[in-house]
Design a protein around this ligand. Structure first.
Ligand code: ADP
Length: 368
């Protein structure tokens, strides 16, 4: 099947063209609408994609959509009803869903005969049971305002958990895997038999692990205090917790390579930041071991998870009593399995591929 995967942002379109699992072409149209940018608007950007790649015989377009609310538990063929639903969900993802809607509108207009499918970051986590997705606040508020844990990075967690089971020869229907997606954004997920049962991001991608510029878990009182006592407007607090927190807030650098370099030089801020970053991962691993009743594997993925032996070793240090050990030479060379042979819990490094997973889900939906 020939499938075009589109990830439309507010000012960029990332695309990759697949023939089944083989990549035929990929590219990025950037700085849309900016002076000197690649395209004047999203329609011009899409026309540019169509000029750059050969779309003859295209079977489908797959669109990455960040927020599917509780409405979408799997990839879904796009029609007017889906578009209206995603529009309704804009308040839950005010930055991301409008861009995806623009991408969908433009692709439907320019490729009217090609089936289009939406693949949601949230969908994989719809299997989390209510006790894992509900916040313990007044249900009158949660019901009225769609407040709950949705979770994100779903295509990555789904893909990586499945690949882990394949790598270890575990039966997909029973494998218990803790996946750690550590990129600029970061989240943990407990996957039981291919289904998400817990994840660290919540109503938004702000909660859970420490990230490049996002705070992860904090007491909500921090927000009240910054507003009431420090006098910061709510928009400024949101900006700070989203853009100036995490590694950025702790060290002034959001790039893990820079922070690791400073850590190796003995820099105090970088040392605290890495200790905190890894401790939070360890806390989530402990929680998810408990939720799953033990795990077959723990898998690291995304930029930091795939490339930082230091973060992997530091996050799982001291867990030998739980059957979790890392083999240093394997870890240093970023091997696929970095635990010793025969370990009770396998520790793996599996590169994520969200576009490939989207293409696979599109093919599955259309072959039904
Ligand atoms: P995104 O979430 O934007 O897709 P990535 O998955 O590419 O991001 O991850 C980006 C992060 O990976 C950055 O913090 C970067 O510093 C980190 N990273 C990339 N290479 C390395 C490396 N060799 N060692 C440590 N961190 C790395």
């Amino acid at each position: 099947m020939k499938i075009l995967v589109l990830n439309t942002g507010s000012s960029s379109v990332k695309y990759r063209l697949f023939d089944d699992t083989a990549t035929l072409a990929k590219g990025l149209v950037e700085r849309i609408g900016e002076p000197g940018g690649d395209a004047a608007d999203h329609e011009a950007a899409m026309q540019r994609v169509m000029a750059e790649v050969d779309l003859a015989g295209l079977d489908a377009v797959g669109h990455r959509v960040v927020h599917g609310g509780t409405e979408f538990a799997e990839a879904t063929v796009i029609d007017d009803v889906l578009v209206a639903t995603v529009e309704r969900l804009v308040p839950l993802a005010p930055l991301h869903n409008p861009a995806a809607l623009t991408g969908i509108a433009v692709a439907r207009k320019l490729l009217p005969a090609v089936p289009q499918v939406a693949v949601f970051d949230t969908a994989f986590h719809q299997t989390i049971p209510p006790e894992g997705s509900t916040y313990a606040i007044d249900t009158a508020l949660t019901d009225r305002w769609q407040i709950r844990r949705y979770g994100f990075h779903g295509t990555s967690h789904a893909y990586v958990a499945r690949k882990t089971a394949e790598l270890l020869g575990l039966p997909a229907a029973t494998a218990k895997v803790i996946t750690l997606h550590l990129g600029n954004g970061a989240s943990a997920c407990a996957v039981d038999g291919g289904r998400s049962v817990a994840t660290s991001m919540g109503m938004s991608p702000l909660s859970g692990l420490v990230m490049g510029t996002r705070c992860g878990d904090i007491d909500p009182t921090v927000i009240f205090h910054l507003h009431r006592v420090a006098g910061l407007p709510i928009e400024e607090i949101e900006r700070s917790l989203t853009r100036s927190a995490g590694m950025q807030g702790l060290t002034g650098d959001n790039d893990m390579r820079t922070v690791e370099h400073r850590w190796q030089q003995g820099d105090h801020a970088a040392t605290l930041a890495i200790d905190l970053y890894c401790r939070r991962i360890k806390e989530y691993v402990g929680m998810y071991l408990a939720v799953l009743g033990g795990a077959d594997a723990i898998t690291f993925t995304a930029g930091i998870g795939e490339k930082s032996p230091e973060v992997r070793a530091h996050s799982l240090a001291g867990l030998t009593a739980l059957g979790i050990t890392i083999d240093d030479p394997r870890n240093t060379r970023n091997a696929q399995i970095i635990s010793p042979d025969g370990a009770a819990v396998a520790v793996c490094v599996v590169p994520t591929d969200e576009e490939l997973e989207i293409a696979g889900q599109v093919a599955t939906v259309l072959s039904r």
